[in-house]
Design a binder for this molecule. Structure first.
Ligand code: PHB
Length: 391
């Protein structure tokens, strides 16, 4: 058939897309966002989804001439599902980025997919150090648990806490927390009186709290993943530990801004280390919190949300740098060393490890205008993941 008659046939059949529509269809960059949207860690999924939507509402859905499309999938906190979804998103949907990953086992499950397909995997939540080493295409915008725990340990030993008992959730980030709290604490002269690991499923903290109280430490150090803090707080108060004179110290995962108000006044005075607080006093954060709350009246943005917001910024800035090119190696090269201001303060991507470098703040729970907040009072600047530095 002659070219002209082909055209005529297509036009007659109404099958020919307009030039503009064709260009748009070709130039969409899809991002597969995999999160736990249901189950005990749904709060992480909701926070990150809200932050991703907010970023796009503020910055538009086009960057470097490409239209950005988010495909959100719920992995229900089951690693096999995360892996299958990652495969489907890459193979069937042709996503150029995988993003999200609410917990360590879920991030690890997708790592072989990103490595094999050479698709960047932006870890917006999970915090075990090892994750970024499981695929050369992983970049992290959340935090590493060792970053927070080591800062908490050294601050405690230097500030009147000589003896501590550590209680962590019994999975990879909890083990990281235990190891790096101890490292920071003992290097600064503190003594660990005991360590306990609490099973992840339906956690019962009571027997572990009793063991900790019996050891008579100056402080109990706690790591629980975002989503479990309220259960811990309830059992802590039920055992009367808030009135025991033993201090409570933690990574910011426990006094999570999303649920902190539910802890009640028993949380007052709790000291923690974390890269993000809703109360971080920068202009950028005040604008972020106001916009986030306007779009999501029932939520207060927490440390998980900024992992999502900054992850989107990283993707947008990377596409600007590559002029819209989506080759995996070019994208990863562009991300290395990227630095910008987040609502949490200055952050950057370590070019050597693809992990996040950020400030870690010491904060104390205080009441302001009838609400509980983590109020920052000291800053450790530009903290790298200590676990990688030690290897
Ligand atoms: C993790 O699974 O890596 C994780 C989850 C929740 C947290 C911290 C770490 O709050």
């Amino acid at each position: 058939m002659q070219r002209r008659s082909v055209l005529r046939t297509l036009l007659a059949a109404g099958l020919l897309m307009s030039g503009a529509a064709l260009a748009t269809a070709q130039e969409t960059v899809k991002i597969g966002l995999i999160l736990p949207m249901t189950g005990p860690f749904a709060s992480t999924g909701k926070q990150i989804e809200a932050a991703v939507k907010l970023y796009m509402a503020e910055n538009g859905d086009t960057v470097a001439g490409k239209k950005i499309e988010i495909i959100l999938k719920d992995d229900t906190n089951v690693a096999d599902i995360t892996k299958r979804l990652a495969q489907e998103l890459v193979v069937n949907d042709g996503v150029k980025f995988l993003a999200g990953f609410g917990l360590t086992p879920l991030a690890l499950a997708a790592a072989p997919v990103s490595a094999q397909a050479k698709v960047p995997q932006i870890v917006m939540a999970a915090g075990t150090s090892i994750i970024t080493e499981r695929s050369p295409y992983i970049v992290r915008t959340s935090f590493t648990v060792p970053q927070k725990a080591s800062v908490m340990g050294s601050w405690a030993a230097k500030n009147g806490i000589g003896k501590a008992f550590s209680i962590v959730a019994d999975f990879a980030p909890g083990h990281d927390a235990e190891k790096w709290f101890k490292d920071g604490f003992s290097k600064a002269g503190g003594q660990i009186l005991g360590e306990a690991r609490v099973p992840m499923a339906n956690p019962d903290f009571a027997p572990f709290l009793q063991r900790a109280a019996d050891a008579k430490p100056d402080a109990i150090f706690v790591f629980v993943p975002s989503g479990q803090g309220a259960t811990f707080a309830k059992q802590y108060v039920e055992r009367g530990l808030d009135k025991s004179g033993i201090k409570l110290i933690a990574t910011g995962d426990l006094p999570d801004d999303d649920i902190l108000n539910g802890f009640g006044d028993a949380a007052l005075g709790l000291i923690s280390a974390d890269p993000y607080s809703t109360a971080h006093p920068s202009a950028k954060n005040q604008a972020y919190v106001a916009a986030f709350k306007k779009a999501n009246p029932s939520l207060r943005p927490n440390f998980m949300s900024v992992g999502g917001y900054d992850g989107m910024h990283l993707i947008y800035e990377t596409l600007k740098k590559t002029n819209g090119a989506t080759d995996g190696d070019a994208l990863i090269a562009a991300m290395k060393g990227m630095a910008f201001e987040s609502p949490r303060g200055p952050i950057s991507i370590d070019p050597a490890t693809r992990d996040i470098i950020q400030n870690v703040y010491l904060r104390k729970v205080e009441k302001k205008d009838g609400e509980l907040y983590n109020i920052e009072f000291a800053t450790m600047e530009a903290v790298k993941d200590p676990d990688k530095a030690s290897r």
